[in-house]
Design a protein around this ligand. Structure first.
Ligand code: NAD
Length: 372
């Protein structure tokens, strides 16, 4: 079957916009994918950010005004990866223009913005998904399948974390991600929360109430131009103790000494358990009761995820592979070819994640558990 051509445009040519360009450049690594994407257009408010895309020969349209991409009929699909305070305006405009897109999390700066975005998507009927790539690690897929199959039995306890140490250095200059007016009052939950909400929401674990421990550890950072201290007013670390019929603990940390992009999940039940961490990307642990003994066994899962690649199955999987898999999933689902493979986070899952974050803020304010 000839793959369906899809012309892609990027709005927001920063860290993540460049990751998509690299993923499309590696598309040949996918075996028999139903879609053939081509990156044709890029928008960024900064001409310097646009210049990076000079190296991508297929890009024929560069602009500093995102409305040019919305009006461009030669663009089929958009990736929107801009600061959080711009999500609502750009997502609503993309929906109104009838463009399908993969939008970066957290789908708006707060719950009210998420509600407006998701209502518009549903009314217009465009195909939209929310970025969340970590569940495409093969060990995460293994864990998801073990959980979704019901093999754990009655769930006893789930701990799910996304841990960075990117802000351990107090001298790191401030950027938009560390200022509430651009990143949102939800702080680190806007950055990392969707990553720990995706699998729980997909398997139907719905927190009914949340008790949150939120910390703003670093309250000032140097201004990048002057070096003078300026307020750093976002939550650095969030621990959400959720009641979901069992204890579900979701932790998102910008300051987790010893960790670097560690996404991990440990779920135990009366009949089994599973544990995976990107700190050990090839390895997954499974709990079982054998001959009356409690056994945690270790399996090597190698490189293969939802969409087969040419990469040898014994090799390791990494962040860039997860981005490639997420895009393979997004474009396959848009083409009606996802089958029973793992799908990207949906707008309603993005909205539900915001409901959890809003309850966490309420819990923080009232020092008590808040309903979701
Ligand atoms: N999925 C992930 O793993 C992951 C990782 C990092 C960031 N993100 C998300 O991606 C989004 C962007 O983050 P980033 O790290 O790429 O940020 P970034 O600061 O590196 O890039 C954002 C870009 O948006 C551009 N921009 C700002 N205003 C614009 C406008 N009006 N029109 C067009 N471009 C504009 C900026 O010039 C900048 O180049 C955020 O939503 C963030 O949460 C996701």
């Amino acid at each position: 079957m000839t793959p369906q051509p899809v012309r892609v445009g990027i709005i927001g040519a920063g860290l993540m916009g460049r990751e998509l360009a690299a993923a499309i450049g590696r598309w040949v690594a996918l075996q028999d994918h139903p879609v053939h994407p081509e990156l044709v257009a890029v928008c960024d408010a900064s001409p310097e950010a646009l210049r990076w895309f000079d190296r991508v020969a297929s890009v024929t349209h560069k602009t500093t005004d995102y409305r040019h991409l919305l009006e461009d009929d030669s663009v089929d699909v958009l990736y929107i990866a801009v600061p959080h305070h711009l999500h609502e305006r750009l997502y609503l405009d993309a929906v109104a223009a009838g463009k399908d897109f993969l939008g970066e999390k957290p789908f708006g700066i707060d719950l009210a913005a998420a509600e407006r975005i998701v209502a518009a998507i549903e009314a217009q009927g465009v195909f939209v998904r929310c970025s969340s790539e970590m569940p495409f690690f093969p060990g995460a897929q293994f864990a998801y399948e073990a959980i979704a199959s019901g093999a754990l039995g009655d769930v006893v306890d789930v701990q799910h974390d996304f841990l960075h140490s990117s802000d351990l250095d107090r001298s790191k200059p401030i950027n938009w991600k560390r200022q509430a007016k651009y990143c949102g009052e939800i702080g680190v939950m806007g950055d990392l929360g969707m990553h720990v909400a995706h699998v729980p929401l997909r398997v139907g674990w719905r927190p009914r109430q949340v008790f949150a421990a939120l910390s703003d550890l670093v309250t000032e950072r140097p201004d990048p131009q002057t070096g003078e201290p300026v307020p750093c007013d976002t939550i650095d670390n969030a621990t959400l103790y959720c009641e979901a019929g069992f204890p579900l603990t979701l932790r998102t940390f910008r300051i987790a000494p010893g960790h670097m992009n560690t996404w991990r999940i440990t779920a135990t039940g009366m009949d089994g358990g599973v544990s995976f961490s990107t700190a050990e990307p090839k390895t997954v642990h499974r709990f079982a009761i054998r001959d009356g003994r409690q056994v945690w066994e270790r399996s090597e899962v190698g490189s293969q995820s939802a969409f087969p690649t040419i990469t040898g199955p014994i090799f390791e999987f990494g962040f860039a592979d997860a981005i490639l898999q997420m895009w393979a999933s997004f474009l396959a689902e848009r083409a009606g070819e996802l089958g029973d493979r793992f799908g990207c986070a949906t707008p309603s899952e993005a909205l539900d994640s915001h409901r959890i974050f809003a309850a966490a803020l309420q819990s923080h304010r009232t020092h008590s558990a808040a309903p979701v």
